[in-house]
Design a protein around this ligand. Structure first.
Ligand SMILES: [Mn+2]
Length: 305
């Protein structure tokens, strides 16, 4: 690849390149987790693969007419979690996200495995009554906890930790990818949820922005869990849980910009990407592009003051 100083690479921005006019910071941290998936795989390879895709994407958001280099990135690298049993994940993963949040307008979490959602969300505050969770995911992630933690139950684990169901908004749920039993768990918890069809009724990004506004009136900080399996399987072969019928990439990217714009969104995590299952880097490109869309939203928030 030729080096062109007039085509700024997102990877160089991650390495610290920024404009003199930069006035806010974005923290980044990778949480590669290798154990305890419902479908065994290699999601722990995702943080590195997402960073690699950023060499092929620029920092210019044409639609918003901005350059992401107006944000200073502090990339904290990958936390050493690969061989850690999920039962021991909470403290080190939460500490890594807190470090990325420190002094930053927002933090981006490069996950892979959805079990990071619990510690990353809990990094936003000790009093979970003041924390909100918005998931863009085909699944409830409310599986029973009796068999131990997995990528199938981070939301259930957060409810058990004391996160009020009223602070949970789950968007993009798909038929035939969930069970009515777990829908009943969501109903009993008092959470809000919408199927992918409902999300499209009034526009994906507008609906996400509306739910975030509502949630932000009731909490101090919001964590956004972006499970790439919210996309249609044809766009994310590397997301083990993806099925036909999901969102299109542009719908997800617009939703993620809306997340960046909401000032109470403190962190967004990208999960459920297994680079070994991927085809033509579709899934890792979708994750990398989501990261840039979130950063664009954060910059729009900063500019709006
Ligand atoms: Mn999922």
């Amino acid at each position: 690849m030729a080096i062109d100083p007039r085509w700024p690479r997102a990877s160089d921005w991650l390495a610290g390149a920024h404009l003199p006019t930069a006035r806010a910071r974005l923290g980044i941290v990778g949480l590669p987790v290798g154990l305890g998936a419902v479908t065994p795989g290699h999601c722990e390879l995702a943080p590195k693969a997402i960073r690699k895709r950023l060499t092929r994407l620029s920092t210019a958001d044409l639609a918003a007419d901005l350059d992401l280099r107006e944000l200073i990135v502090r990339d904290h690298g990958d936390a050493p979690l690969v061989t850690l049993p999920l039962a021991q994940l909470l403290e080190p993963a939460r500490a890594a996200v807190r470090a990325a949040l420190d002094g930053s307008a927002a933090a981006l979490v490069f996950g892979g495995h959805d079990a990071i959602t619990r510690p990353a969300c809990r990094a936003l505050g000790d009093d979970l009554r003041r924390v909100g969770l918005l998931t863009l995911d085909a699944h409830f992630d409310l599986r029973d906890l009796e068999g131990g933690l997995s990528n199938g139950n981070p939301v259930r684990a957060l409810l058990a930790d004391g996160l009020p169901g009223a602070n949970v908004v789950q968007l993009g749920l798909q038929s035939f990818a969930n069970s009515l039993d777990y829908a009943a768990v969501a109903r009993a918890a008092g959470s809000t949820w919408r199927t992918v069809e409902q999300l499209r009724e009034r526009g994906v990004a507008a609906t996400v922005a509306e739910f975030l506004r509502e949630l932000s009136a009731r909490v101090d900080a919001i964590y956004v869990d972006v499970d790439l399996d919210v996309l249609d399987r044809c766009h994310v072969p590397g997301a083990p849980g993806a099925r036909p019928g999901g969102l299109a990439p542009h719908e997800l990217f617009e939703a993620v910009v809306a997340c960046g714009r909401e000032s109470k969104v403190r962190a967004l995590g990208l999960v459920e990407v297994d680079p070994e299952r991927d085809v033509a880097d579709l899934s890792t490109f979708a994750a990398a592009r989501s990261a840039l869309s979130f950063a664009s939203g954060v910059l729009q928030r900063v500019r709006a003051g």
